[in-house]
Structure formats: structure tokens, C-alpha cells
Write a new protein. Structure first.
Length: 632
């Protein structure tokens, strides 16, 4: 019945998507008054008429989108095709049909292309490249920090872009110490970046960038500020003297840059700074106080060393000042601020400082009596053999010997066969005693393994300390080697499983080998305790000199002062003693791992540790103004 109904009423032309050219008849739908009835009837409102021009504006594809009911024709009814208005869709489609204009592709020094090795440019002599996409060309224009505007097009206010750019060439200016790969520089009037920086040969490859004129001017002004700042800091850090002329030049360049391009921490300038591999410190040249941007301390005074004037007549205060400024005992500085001669200071500070004859300098007690005191004492003894009249060195040796840890006696030691600190000669003597044969043992430090050889084997090696397996015999020499490295031989045997030979582990032989190895290791301890007293003393001395020789340093940072610490702003009277000790650890060791229950304590430790390292000339350039600007 369905096939018959399809044959009568299905229009195959409409089903295939083909429409005739006859005009579509539109029949108005007139509502018919409903007769009185008990149930309400829903009346459809009259659908709006659509004129021919409205239908013509629709695309052919929309006329073909019919419902399944439109595929059937009814001879008794006339079908009216009503297409709703799609003004929004028409506007959208007209927008998508607009011809797209080529857009400049923005590059970044830290993009994926920058990390690839440099390839020679095309023969046209330009660095720009052309991309072919769907038959249209896109031109790549170097842009360090600009973004597309809201219309998706490049900002035309950046100025004109030069038509050509020189090829990469060797950097013609003097290579500075801070220069590195991807560092922004100016060379022969072009802004670009460096690659293949080789400081040993003082050469680098300069890659010019094709920038609009305004971006080029901004980059040049930024590079001047950066170079001037780094030059000022390095000079003051090396010479410990104020450079007023360079500081005035830095202020002038910075003020001119801010006046024209805004603060360094503005969004556009940050985009520029991020493209510079040596620009990570530049944002910290500004600090925000109460919502107002201020210059960092380096614009007004040196930050790589302290400029405070110190005067005291107390030797201990002079020592604290020397440690606080230089991190070491500087007798010349201490004499300068105290007015006391060096000999008087040494006598007054007896017990607090000790002479290191190997380094030809004085060290505080906490540093001298710390670390491997046994090794230090041996070196001082060797020095005194050629300089027996050096009384100061003798005093330093005495305090080292007194600080040596308590001796661990032979009876307290637990020896294990195969320990690397025991000489292989002792192992060879034990093996020769155990097997009653001449046994040689050699240890390879690179392979961390022992080799055992015996030219004339006997019954002890072949039978008493041997394990016979199905495939081979593990004699006493083989088991001794396993005992030295604390391993067990993996012994296997062959069994029949379903008529096939299968190799499995020989657990009985493995257990027997373990028993023999334990017997050898136990025999080694018994042999050691059976030796004479002289042998035991030598073994005990060797253990104590190797392991029981370190003294944990005691760091007392109570002498430190922090003149620029705003205690009132932090709401504290002074730092905790543990914080001062932690700062002192950082200063003496050029870094440390600090752990406190309170996060604030760790922050304060790190901040003042950085400040102290800068005072000593051992910290990084980044720490000084970050500390002095943000935390004080």
C-alpha cells in the first residue's frame, strides 16, 4: 500500500532537488469563524505575505531546503511555500563575502622561529619571507610589541615600515659583557637582536628587524636606558665608588623615555621588554607606593654597596661592621673606622678571629672551626713543618684539634665486608687467610666493582666454600666476589615439562650460595676482631679521619644590622634571632635553604640575604633594587 501511495503522490523531481521554473503560488490563509463548541479551538493568525523581490534575494540553496512533507503533492490542496525573512543571515553572508586584505604577521624574539638555527636569507637580499596561502601572499613584518586593533588589522599608527632590510651580518659595535643571544641592540642605525654570541672571540651575528618608525624609536630609547643602567651598576659594584655622571645620564634617559612612551611597566613597554633576553631586570627600576610609580633607589644612590659612614672605638663593633659590609675580616677597614692599629685589633679580638696561613687572611671562629677540621689540621701541620716559628698558625691548629669530634673506638664500629673506605689490601689478607691461598683483590672506582684472582686454588675454594649447580660450579672465589658487592648468584637448572626442556631457577642452589656468602661475611668480622691492637688502632683512625671529622658550623647573626629595614611598617620591633642567623648563613655561603613554619619569616630571610649579598658583591643584579624598592 505504501508503494502504491508513493507511485501516485511522490514527486521525484522535488525529491532529487530539482524545482520547476513556474512561479510559486501564494494563497492567503483566511481564518474561518469557528462554530460554537464546548472545547476551545486554536486559531492560527494570518501569515504575512512575501513579495517576489523578497524571494529573489534568497539564494538558490535556501529554496531547495524543503521539508519531507513538501515531497508529496495533494491534488485536492494547493501548497504554499513560505520562506521566513532572514535579514540577519543576509547581512552576515554579505560580511563574509568581503574581500580580506593581507595582514602583517607579527613576530617575536621568543617565538618558535627564533629558537631555530639561522638559515641564509633568499637571494633578494631581504629577511622578510612570503607565505603562499590559497593563492594569496602574506608578508611577514617584524613587530616587537604591537598588537592588532579591534578590527583585526595592524595598527597603522606605528609609522612607516622600510621596504627592505639588510642581511644578518657580524655585529660591528663592541660586544658588552651582558650581551647574549636574543639581546636587543642597535647597529648601524638598525634595531635588531644578536645571535651566535661568542664572548671569547668578542663576536656575534646581528639580525636587523624591519620595524615601523615609531616602534624603532621606542626600541632605541629603551636600549639606551638599559645599557646605561647596567653600565652604572657594574661600575659601582666593581669600584665601590659613586658615579654621579652616569647616574644623571640614567635619570635623563629614563625621564625622556617615560615622557614619550610611558612607564616601563606599561603594557606596551612590557611587551617590548619581554623580547629582550637581558631585560628581565628593567621592570624593577620602578616601584609602586600608594598607587604612585616611583623610581628605584639606584636612580638616587648606589645600591651595590653601602654608603653609610661608620665610626666606632669598639673592636667587636668594628668586626661586625666588616662582616656586615664585606662578609670577611678586613683589618684595614676595621682600623679605618675604629682608629686602632691592626695589632691592637688582633689582640682585642683574640678568640674571635684566627689566622689562616694557607689563605693569608683572618677568619672568624664560626667559619674557621667548621667543616672538615681534620683535613684543615693536617694542612696546618704540613705548613708548620716549613714555618715552625708562626705562632698564629700554632694557635689556629690548637683550636682545630680541640674542636675535633669525639673519637669513635674500634669496639663501637660495625664493619661490613665490601665497604669502600677499607683498603683492598685488608680484604686480600682476609681472603688469603680464609682460603689458605694467595688471593689478590682489586677495586675499580669507575665501575664500582671488585676483581678477585687466585692462581693456585685448593680444596677450600673448590669444595668448602663452593656450590655445585647443574650447569656449573660456583667456587669460593666467585662467592667471595658476590660477598664483596653484597649480591647473590642467579643459579638456574633445566627440568622436563610436558616433554620439553625448561630452564628454571635452582632455589636449592641459590639458598646454599646465600649460606656460604653469609659465612664469608661473618668470618670477616671475626677475623678483624682477632687482629692485634696496632691493626685496630689504624682501622679506627682511618674511620674517624674519613667520617668522624666534620664539625657543624654554628652561625650567629646577632651582630648584623639592617639600617634600611622599616620595622615600623612591618609591625615588628626587630628580626627574630633565627632570622638573623639564617641571613648570616646566606651571606657566608652565597645562598642557603631556609625553612620556617611561618612563610613571612622565609620571605624576610630571603630579602635580607639578597641585600647582604649585594653588599658583599656576590649577589645578582636583580636582587638589589627589588629588595630595596619593594620590601623596605
Amino acid at each position: 500500500m505504501l508503494s502504491e501511495d508513493f507511485g501516485k503522490h511522490l514527486n521525484f523531481d522535488l525529491y532529487k532537488g530539482e524545482s520547476n521554473d513556474e512561479p510559486i503560488v501564494q494563497i492567503p490563509i483566511t481564518p474561518t469563524p469557528a462554530p460554537p463548541a464546548t472545547e476551545p479551538e486554536i486559531i492560527q493568525p494570518e501569515r504575512p505575505r512575501f513579495t517576489a523581490p523578497a524571494i529573489v534575494q534568497e539564494s538558490q540553496q535556501e529554496l531547495k531546503q524543503l521539508s519531507i512533507f513538501d515531497l508529496f503533492e495533494n491534488v485536492n490542496e494547493t501548497v504554499a511555500v513560505i520562506t521566513p525573512p532572514k535579514k540577519t543571515t543576509q547581512a552576515k553572508r554579505q560580511t563574509t563575502k568581503r574581500k580580506r586584505t593581507p595582514r602583517g604577521r607579527q613576530t617575536d624574539l621568543f617565538s618558535g622561529a627564533m629558537q631555530q638555527s639561522y638559515t641564509s636569507p633568499a637571494s633578494n637580499g631581504t629577511v622578510n619571507k612570503t607565505l603562499q596561502t590559497n593563492g594569496t601572499k602574506q608578508k611577514t613584518i617584524g613587530d616587537l610589541f604591537s598588537q592588532a586593533n579591534s578590527n583585526g588589522q595592524a595598527d597603522k599608527s606605528a609609522g612607516t615600515v622600510p621596504a627592505t632590510v639588510p642581511e644578518p651580518a657580524p655585529y660591528s659595535d663592541e660586544l658588552q659583557q651582558f650581551h647574549r643571544n636574543d639581546c636587543l641592540v642597535v647597529d648601524n642605525g638598525w634595531v635588531g637582536y644578536l645571535q651566535e654570541v661568542d664572548k671569547s672571540d668578542a663576536r656575534a651575528i646581528f639580525h636587523p628587524l624591519q620595524l615601523p618608525s615609531l616602534q624603532k624609536a621606542r626600541a632605541e630609547a629603551y636600549i639606551q636606558v638599559r645599557d646605561t643602567y647596567i653600565d652604572l651598576y657594574q661600575k659601582e659594584a666593581e669600584k665601590h665608588s659613586e658615579h654621579k655622571e652616569e647616574r644623571e645620564n640614567l635619570n635623563r634617559l629614563y625621564d625622556a623615555f617615560v615622557k614619550r612612551y610611558g612607564n616601563l611597566n606599561s603594557a606596551d613597554n612590557i611587551k617590548l621588554i619581554k623580547t629582550d633576553s637581558v631585560g628581565k631586570e628593567m621592570p624593577y627600576l620602578e616601584r609602586v607606593v600608594g598607587g604612585v610609580i616611583h623610581k628605584a633607589d639606584i636612580f638616587s644612590r648606589p645600591v651595590s654597596f653601602s654608603t653609610a659612614t661608620i665610626a666606632t672605638d669598639n673592636p667587636e663593633e668594628a668586626l661586625s661592621a666588616s662582616l656586615n659590609k664585606y662578609g670577611s675580616v678586613d683589618l684595614d677597614f676595621m682600623s679605618e673606622i675604629s682608629g686602632m692599629p691592626a695589632d691592637a685589633l688582633k689582640e682585642a679580638l683574640h678568640g674571635l678571629i684566627y689566622y689562616n696561613p694557607l689563605q693569608k687572611e683572618y677568619e672568624i671562629f664560626e667559619r674557621w672551626v667548621a667543616g672538615n677540621v681534620v683535613e684543615k689540621a693536617n694542612e696546618i701541620r704540613d705548613y708548620l713543618e716549613s714555618n715552625p716559628d708562626d705562632t698564629q698558625a700554632k694557635e689556629s691548629l690548637t683550636v682545630l684539634e680541640e674542636a675535633r669530634p669525639r673519637r669513635i673506638e674500634f669496639e663501637e664500629l660495625d664493619f661490613n665486608l665490601g665497604e669502600r673506605w677499607i683498603p683492598t689490601g685488608i680484604y686480600a689478607r682476609f681472603a688469603s687467610h680464609l682460603f689458605d691461598a694467595d688471593v689478590k683483590i682489586h677495586y675499580s672506582d669507575s665501575a664500582d666493582d671488585f676483581s678477585v684472582t687466585c692462581k693456585q686454588k685448593n680444596v677450600h675454594i673448590w669444595d668448602k666454600y663452593a656450590v655445585k649447580a647443574q650447569s656449573r660450579t660456583y667456587d669460593g672465589i666467585a662467592l667471595l666476589k658476590h660477598a664483596l658487592v653484597n649480591t647473590t648468584p642467579d643459579i638456574s637448572k633445566t627440568v622436563q615439562v610436558d616433554g620439553k626442556n625448561v630452564k628454571v631457577r635452582d632455589m636449592e642452589a641459590i639458598q646454599m650460595a646465600n649460606t656460604k656468602i653469609d659465612e664469608i661475611r661473618t668470618s670477616f668480622n671475626d677475623w678483624l676482631h682477632a687482629q692485634n691492637d696496632e691493626f685496630k688502632i689504624r682501622m679506627t683512625d682511618q674511620y674517624n679521619d674519613t667520617f668522624n671529622c666534620f664539625v657543624r658550623p654554628h652561625y650567629d647573626g646577632s651582630h648584623q644590622v639592617f639600617p634600611e629595614l622599616d620595622r615600623k611598617a612591618l609591625g615588628i620591633e626587630d628580626l627574630y634571632s633565627s632570622q638573623k642567623d639564617a641571613v648570616w648563613i646566606i651571606k657566608l655561603n652565597n645562598g642557603a635553604i631556609c625553612d620556617h613554619e611561618s612563610r613571612c619569616r622565609k620571605d624576610v630571610d630571603n630579602v635580607h640575604g639578597c641585600t647582604g649579598n649585594e653588599a658583599f658583591g656576590t649577589g645578582s643584579q636583580t636582587d638589589d633594587y627589588r629588595v630595596e624598592s619593594e620590601y623596605t
